[in-house]
Each structure stands twice: as C-alpha cells, then as structure tokens.
Design a protein around this ligand. Structure first.
Ligand SMILES: NC(=O)c1ccc[n+]([C@@H]2O[C@H](COP(=O)([O-])OP(=O)(O)OC[C@H]3O[C@@H](n4cnc5c(N)ncnc54)[C@H](O)[C@@H]3O)[C@@H](O)[C@H]2O)c1
Length: 322
C-alpha cells in the first residue's frame, strides 16, 4: 500500500491538501523528477491514498520516487512542505471571509506539522497567499526566510505569456514581473520590463507592434482578472499554479539559486516591514537567500506601498497572528 514507505533518503516533499492544486503540483513534480519521496497529506485520508495510488501506478513511466499518504498529524521527515489545503473562494464570499476561514485552518494545521518537520522549508499556495504566508511564519515560529508564498509567480507567468503573445515572441525571452499582492493591488513593473534587452516601447518600434499606455493597461487588466476568468469557465485554476509551485520547489530542493517573484515576510526591503508580499527573491536550499532590490519608478513605488497597506489592513481585520 502506498502509505507504507517511511524514513527514506533523498529529497522529500510533503503536499498538505491534495485537492486540485496539491495533486497537480505532486503530478508535475513527479514528471519533472524533482522529488525522491512524496508524501500526500490530507484531512481526507482516502483522497490522499487514492491520489498516491494513482500517481504510483504511473511510476513505470517516470524517474523512480517513493509515494506515501497520511493524515496531517502523521507527516514527518519532509525537507519541504507545500501548503495547498483549504477552500477557494465560494460564490458570495468576500476576501475577508476566505481569509478568516483559511487563517483558522493554518492555525490548527501548521503547529502540528511543523513540530514533526522542524527545519522544513514551507511553500504556501493556499489563498489569500500573502496573508497565509505571514500567518504560517507566525504559527511555525521559524525564520522568515523559511516560509515562501507562491505570491505573484502566477501573475508574473501570466504577464510574460500575454506579452509574448502580443509581441509574437517566446515567453522565455520576456523578462517582466508583477510584485506586491497576489490580488487586486498587484503591481506590474513596466519600467523594468525587457525583451531582448529592449524596453517595450523600443521593442514595439523594432517589431512594428503597438505599445502604448492603453495596450499596457489592457494587458495589466487581463493579468489581474485572469484567475477569475479561468474560474468562471472551468471552476478553478490548477495547471499553471501547479507548474509554478513545482518550479519553486525545485529551486529550493535542488539549491538552484533561482530568482522568482515570491511572497515573504519583509524585513525592511523597499522600506517595508512585517507584511508579506512579493518581490524578486534569490532562492535555494535554505529558502529565501536574499531579496533583490528594485529601482521602481515613482508610480510603481507608490503602488507597492498601497499594496502593503491593503495587505496589512486585511491581515488585522481577519485577525492574523503576530
Ligand atoms: N496562490 C495561487 O496562485 C493559487 C492558485 C490557485 C489556487 N490557490 C488556492 O489553493 C487552495 C487549494 O485550491 P484547490 O482548488 O486545490 O482546492 P480543493 O478544494 O480542490 O482542495 C483542497 C484540499 O484541502 C484539503 N483540506 C481541507 N482542510 C484540510 C486540513 N485541515 N488539513 C488537510 N487538508 C485539508 C481538502 O480535503 C482538499 O483535498 C485554495 O486556497 C485556492 O484559493 C492558490
């Protein structure tokens, strides 16, 4: 049975909450050969066992890995814990409703899991991701560098893919990012966006593509509403976030020193402290190795400060710890 493997060597990732996002992250991580041991953890043990069985049946086609399933109180020995448990926003829910519900879940879940996995790095995916990143850090009582929210990784990926479509280039060649909140106050950093070392106005001229403030606004709005648009059509988003989470897991487990826009509790970066939001961070085996300073223009700087204010206010209203 899938839950009989214990105490194995190698890179060990536990996924807490194996619904759509958690199971997709697990699947992608196996396909990409990122983990040696994968523990699927869910309050619904049968679901975790079912996912573990289904994934193990694919192992003849993949790099070898050990897959096990358990309840939250039984998970131990993980190097990395991916938190993907908890509900998504339901019709009629406000952001604050979701924040309160998932903050409660984190309060109950994190201390018991952290106790059996001391020293593990946490990746937070559940929403509202910035508030939960801050709360996980508080409840685990670990260094801020050890708790990383996927933050604006997904928004940044959406921005890069929309810019790639607009200019007709490979998304890998697009260097652009979204910082701040994963949500309404997110900040596209247009002043630093580059493709082939050109800013987007220069590139537009070189390729004969329109690039003006209205196109820029249109693409920014599309990124901001992308999640809601997918949810309206298919009920949830999980492929792109699963890929993003796997990328982040690989950066940590394999000590890749990748720079990704992730949410961490700030300690003075860009003049902000205490709040968790996304900035480009250098990531490796001990989590956040450093935060990369950004030379934002005045409008971007103000928008980032506004994002921090909104996050601080919601965290307080939702009764976040610390
Ligand atoms: N950060 C992002 O960019 C991003 C993108 C998409 C989804 N999300 C978030 O990811 C989370 C999961 O979304 P989903 O679509 O996979 O939801 P889902 O309902 O499909 O899965 C949630 C899973 O969590 C489990 N669970 C609930 N309470 C638990 C507990 N106390 N302990 C252990 N397991 C528990 C459930 O049994 C279920 O299997 C949501 O909060 C969603 O908003 C974040």
């Amino acid at each position: 049975m899938a839950d009989s493997y214990r105490g194995l060597d190698g890179l060990h990732m536990a996924v807490l909450g194996v619904g759509r996002v958690g199971a997709t992250t697990a699947y992608v991580s196996l396909i990409k050969g990122v983990v040696d041991t994968l523990t699927l953890v869910d309050a619904d043990l049968e679901r975790a066992q079912g996912e573990a069985m289904d994934l193990s049946h694919g192992l003849p086609f993949l790099q070898q890995a050990q897959i096990q399933a358990c309840l939250p109180g039984e998970c131990s020995g993980a190097d990395l814990i991916v938190l993907a448990a908890g509900a998504a926003r339901q019709p009629g829910d406000t952001r604050l409703d979701l924040a309160r519900r998932n903050l409660e879940l984190v309060r109950d879940l994190v201390p018991q899991v952290h106790e059996r996995n001391p020293g593990a790095i946490w990746i937070v995916v559940s929403n509202p991701v910035d508030l939960l990143t801050r709360a996980v850090r508080a409840y685990a009582g670990c260094p801020a560098d050890h708790v990383i929210g996927t933050g604006t990784m997904l928004d940044t990926a959406r921005l890069r893919s929309l810019l790639a479509q607009h200019f007709g280039v490979d998304a890998h060649n697009v260097h652009a990012m979204i910082v701040g909140e994963h949500g309404d106050t997110e900040v596209p950093v247009w002043s630093l966006a580059r493709i082939a070392n050109l800013d987007l106005f220069e590139l537009g001229r070189a390729l004969g593509k329109t690039w003006d403030t209205s196109t820029r606004k249109e693409i920014g709005d599309q990124v901001r509403s992308a999640g809601a648009e997918v949810i309206r059509r298919k009920g949830a988003t999980y492929y792109a976030i699963g890929l993003a989470t796997c990328e982040l897991a690989r950066a940590v487990l394999r000590d890749e020193r990748s720079i990704l826009t992730v949410s961490t509790v700030l300690q003075g970066e860009q003049g902000l402290s205490g709040v968790a939001l996304s900035l480009p961070c250098l990531l490796g085996r001990s989590g956040r190795l450093s935060t990369i300073p950004l030379s934002l223009d005045e409008g971007e700087h103000e928008a980032l400060a506004r994002s921090a204010e909104v996050l601080e206010k919601t965290y307080r209203e939702a009764g976040g710890p610390g």
